[in-house]
Design a protein around this ligand. Structure first.
Ligand code: NAP
Length: 290
């Protein structure tokens, strides 16, 4: 078996399924719709938004991009969110983060209707994830789980170490591994004996944001290594949080950067948009019991 987990190929399979499901929904008169809000001109954010729009076009999902200037006020942004919340043709709302300085990200996320929150950042959805009774999962951790399932990598009973505790990756990642009966440790910048803890991992997830941070001496022979990082190396080239060349010979399975978790994140957004559309359609239908 190839060690490298091909996120590009798995994501293509997810997109293929989304395309089929979208066509079936359209045949039933439902067109899933996604609104993406981009404020300012951050080049990376612009690329992410362009890619999301392209993915929607390719899979038949309606999508619209609201590109607002850097100078947008909190009030105007909140008004746009309220308008999108109220629209029946929009099932999912995604606000591209980070927002420019001066805008209150938390207030904006909290204003998105939880049933349109395809990023699953709203506190209501975060709470559902904690309980294990959720509709939406954040795209990056759910993309990692999709990869593990696709590759039939068992989590149950495994020692899982997540390096990073952000709200968008590390924390929900740990929770999803826990829901599948992994024994999970979360590490962060105050963790002591990080190397020793990482060495215990059967499944090691790196979500640190530091190029080649996970070195070969931190990895147990035969471990599954998932690299969430999207960093730049000393030459400005895209790389991950894992020193791939050094770790690959030790790991049993490993995700590359690029071509690993990144494409999965994009694909899971499409899945979440379909979930939202199904939810809204069910809400719009009279109950079977009526
Ligand atoms: P973040 O919010 O900056 O969080 C980084 C985490 O790493 C923090 O919890 C931090 O600890 C921890 N950390 C930093 N230095 C450390 C150290 N020396 N030892 C141990 N832990 C340390 O980043 P993020 O948003 O989670 O993103 C992480 C990486 O994933 C970035 O490279 C980002 O670009 C990438 N990413 C990729 C995708 C994708 O689709 N592939 C999606 C999202 C993010 P503290 O909490 O103590 O500060």
């Amino acid at each position: 078996m190839e060690k490298r987990i091909d996120g590009k190929a798995i994501a293509a399979a997810v997109r293929g399924q989304v395309k089929t499901d979208t066509a079936a929904m359209k045949a039933d008169g439902i067109t899933p719709g996604l609104a993406v809000v981009l404020v300012g001109d951050d080049p990376a954010s612009r690329t992410y938004v362009r890619n999301k729009h392209k993915d929607c076009e390719e899979t038949g999902i309606y999508s619209e991009v609201h590109h607002l200037p850097d100078s947008t006020s909190q009030k105007d942004l909140m008004a746009l969110i309220a308008e999108l919340n109220a629209r029946a043709d929009i099932d999912g709302i995604l606000v591209q983060l980070p927002l420019p300085k001066g805008l209150d990200e938390r207030e904006v996320i909290n204003a998105i209707a939880p049933d349109k929150d395809v990023d699953a950042f709203h506190p209501e959805n975060v709470g559902h994830i904690m309980i294990g009774d959720y509709t939406f999962l954040p795209c990056t951790p759910s993309g990692v789980m999709e990869m593990l399932h696709h590759e039939q990598i068992p989590v149950d009973g495994k020692r899982c170490v997540v390096v990073g505790r952000s709200n968008i990756v590390g924390k929900p990642m740990a929770m999803l591994l826990l829901h599948e009966n992994g024994t999970v440790t979360i590490c962060h910048s105050h963790t002591q004996k990080l190397k020793e803890i990482c060495q215990e991992a059967d499944i090691l997830v790196a979500a640190v944001g530091r190029p080649k941070f996970i070195t070969a001496d931190m990895v147990k022979p035969g471990a599954v290594v998932i690299d969430v990082g999207m960093d730049r190396d000393e030459n400005g080239k895209l790389c991950g949080d894992v020193d791939y060349a050094a770790v690959e010979p030790i790991a049993s399975r490993i995700t590359p950067v690029p071509g690993g978790v990144g494409p999965m994140t994009r694909a899971m957004l499409l899945k979440n948009t379909l979930t939202a559309a199904r939810l809204h359609h069910r809400q719009a239908q009279p109950s079977d019991r009526e």
